[in-house]
Write a protein that binds this ligand. Sequence first.
Ligand code: APR
Length: 311
Amino acid sequence: MTAKISIIGAGMTGATLAHWLAEREIADLVLVDIVEGMPQGKALDLYEALPIINKDVSLVGSNDYAATKGSDIVVVTAGVPRKPGMSREDLLTTNANIVMTAVENSLLHSPDALFIILTNPLDTMAYLAMKAGKLPRERVVGQAGILDSARMRSFVALETGVSVENIQCYVLGGHGDEMVPLTRHSNVAGVPLRDFLPADKLEAIVNRTRKGGGEIVNLLKTSAYYAPSLAVAQMAEAILKDKHLIVAASAYMQGEYGLSDMFFGVPVQLGRGGLERIIEYDLDDEEKAAMQKSAAAVKESISILHTLVKI
Ligand code: APR
């Protein structure tokens, strides 16, 4: 395999991501974790599964970043997940140091790597990764929008009985409860969602989407991992295959949507160089206000981050 992806944090999302990626056979994979034996064991188990589906992927587990040498993409999932009653912001203090260490150590061995951040609070951790690594914005994206949009699509499918293939949803903004499901841009086979569903049903879907992560945490007693990790796999594949794919993801803002010096969920185009461009939707006043409200929450989180770490 010519490409290499390292996954820092071999817990639920990290290991599940390795599973999705191995099935796609797009890169050799390295799992790194601080728990001794665990990344090695998971990597070996997954490696031993691959002959069953005839996939040739090198899979290495390690507690040492040296194994990540020469990675094209580093995915950071290291950190603590939520427990019931916790918001993503409650993870900030603990996860900031973990993410900073992960980025700095990864760069020692892969100075040219692109980073996909998954650790929460997502937008703040992506910001931290870029600043701590002194990276250009092209090289850091955060996964959130594909997941939030997929959740919304699944709720629309449940409500309408229509195939998810026909359902397009766009969820922008920060990856918190103030995220912005864009009902005006979302559609079922080209028919705007607002025309397809009664207002009360649509509102219920918007609310469920916003709280989609919490719904899983309440059931599972920990964070979701199948959907978040599959969303990362889609981003990694778009990058390695230079697809120029437009998806919602967290990116560093330089004036887009009137926002600067923060990460925020927007439509981005992904290719081999990472973030290729940010697409700006023409938002109406209501949508702009929702984006501003969501941005205020992310800015607040970033200002707390600055009190915790020197970047
Ligand atoms: N370096 C490497 N790995 C670490 C470090 C570190 N400094 N600190 C913690 N880890 C590892 C843990 O040992 C654990 O195996 O990160 C892993 C996290 O896995 P889980 O606890 O299973 O959590 P997960 O569900 O994967 O969520 C990780 O992703 O979606 C977000 O909110 C979620 O922030 C959380 C992150």
